[in-house]
Design a protein around this ligand. Structure first.
Ligand SMILES: Cc1cc2nc3c(=O)[nH]c(=O)nc-3n(C[C@H](O)[C@H](O)[C@H](O)COP(=O)(O)OP(=O)(O)OC[C@H]3O[C@@H](n4cnc5c(N)ncnc54)[C@H](O)[C@@H]3O)c2cc1C
Length: 382
């Protein structure tokens, strides 16, 4: 398997790194103070084509293949220092835009994709419930069919971009007797639909720029035109989204890890404790070597998963392997970076502790590490 980037992919990577470095890092000292999405940057990223990387050109997207899109997101992770903003963008792209592009009807695509691509609306994906996180099959939200429409009742929580969103993709039980496969349907609809209530912002440990919220649904009336992926097709839509999200967010983390490693190398070369830079001590140099090995392994696993997106059945397993390894490596590398920087790693103004707080979430969202291991074990027949 050859993972060398083509000339076009290399140019794409360079252009996004230059763009992100110039446009997306100006607000960096403000992160965490307002706990709000820097929404003006949403439009800026849309103009760069980041909101619709894999969306067809006829709907205002860039029409990239899956691997090129993943390269673009890795470049974003490298160039943009705001992990919360990057996560916000990835959450919309992989869990909303990608399934709309894949499963949306022509009318749904026309209605939502151009506005998502030009940054004028935001979408959020809502599956998790208070007692149905890892075990999403235990969801209680239901959409009961009445003649030609459905009545949605229930609630969703921990929804990234929820407070900022205009459009929701919501998963609900439509046929309890069929269980998760066949019994759950995805619906796409405007947040302003009567019966939808938005809960207050949920405060978090990190990912400051990405707002999180909750929703409750009280007799929300949805016509059949709101179904995404067909009645009972929710598990397929969700599974497809998760393959992309796991591989895609892993790519974003690979970019962030590469930048973090460079930051650590500069620091150990410049910072002296006693007579010489700490990088001259073998124990420190070995820590850097370990980080480099972790980064390269993380990138290979991510590219392995990305290369199968939309192509092979085993993508689900490879996306879980990449997600598991990259998120755990990202967390441990961020923790190592704090230690390497000493007090400078721990103080807010250094920006290193923020990466650790952001990375901690990566082993939870898109399925916890335990759940990734369950999926991988399942593919081994266990
Ligand atoms: C930053 C962030 C953003 C998120 N964004 C979204 C979003 O946009 N949309 C959305 O719908 N959800 C979102 N979530 C929710 C996320 O998907 C869930 O938090 C996650 O699936 C875990 O569910 P839970 O938190 O309910 O934990 P639980 O499922 O209650 O798990 C608690 C613990 O038990 C373990 N556990 C549970 N079941 C098993 C099992 N079968 N085998 C082994 N271990 C198990 C878990 O690994 C974990 O350690 C987000 C979460 C975070 C942290």
């Amino acid at each position: 398997m050859n993972f060398y980037l083509s000339k076009e992919q290399q140019a794409l990577r360079n252009s996004i790194i230059t763009f992100a470095d110039k446009e997306l890092n100006k607000h960096i000292s403000e992160i965490g103070k307002q706990n709000a999405l820097p929404s003006h940057l949403w439009k800026v990223c849309a103009e760069q084509g980041l909101m619709g990387l894999v969306v067809g050109k006829e709907f205002g997207g860039a029409g990239l293949d899956a691997f090129s899109a993943i390269v673009a997101i890795e470049a974003l992770g490298y160039g943009s220092r705001d992990g919360g903003f990057n996560f916000s963008l990835c959450a919309q792209l992989f869990a909303c835009t990608v399934p709309l592009q894949k499963f949306g009807t022509e009318a749904q695509k026309k209605k939502y994709l151009p506005s998502i691509c030009n940054g004028s609306i935001m979408a959020a994906n809502a599956i998790t419930e208070n007692t149905a996180g890892s075990d999403i099959a235990a969801m209680r939200s239901s959409a009961k069919k009445e003649k030609d429409h459905y009545i949605l009742n229930g609630s969703k929580t921990f929804i990234s971009n929820g407070p900022n969103s205009n459009v929701l993709i919501v998963y609900a039980l439509t046929d309890e007797s069929k269980g998760f496969h066949g019994g759950i349907t995805a619906f796409v609809f405007d947040k302003e639909t009567p019966g939808v209530s938005t809960g207050p912002d949920i405060e978090k440990m990190g990912l400051d720029s990405c707002r999180m919220g909750s929703f409750s649904f009280d007799d929300v009336r949805l016509g059949e035109e709101h179904i995404l992926g067909g009645p009972g097709g929710g598990a397929t839509v969700f599974g497809y989204s998760m393959d992309w999200e796991r591989a895609g967010i892993a790519a974003c983390h690979v970019g962030a890890m590469e930048h973090l490693l460079e930051t650590c190398i500069s620091f150990v070369n410049e910072h002296s404790s006693g007579k010489e830079p700490i990088g001259r001590k073998q124990v420190i140099a070995h820590r850097i070597a370990n980080m480099k090995v972790q980064l390269e392994a993380a990138r290979l696993l991510t590219y392995r998963a990305a290369s199968g997106l939309d192509k092979e059945k085993e993508t689900t397993m490879h996306a879980s392997i990449a997600k598991l390894f990259v998120s755990e490596t990202f967390s441990s590398m961020a923790s190592e970076a704090v230690q390497l920087h000493g007090a400078r790693g721990y103080i807010r103004s250094g920006g290193i502790e923020r990466i650790l707080r952001d990375a901690t979430a990566s082993t939870i969202y898109s399925g916890t590490s335990d759940i990734q291991r369950n999926i991988i074990a399942g593919w081994q027949g266990l």
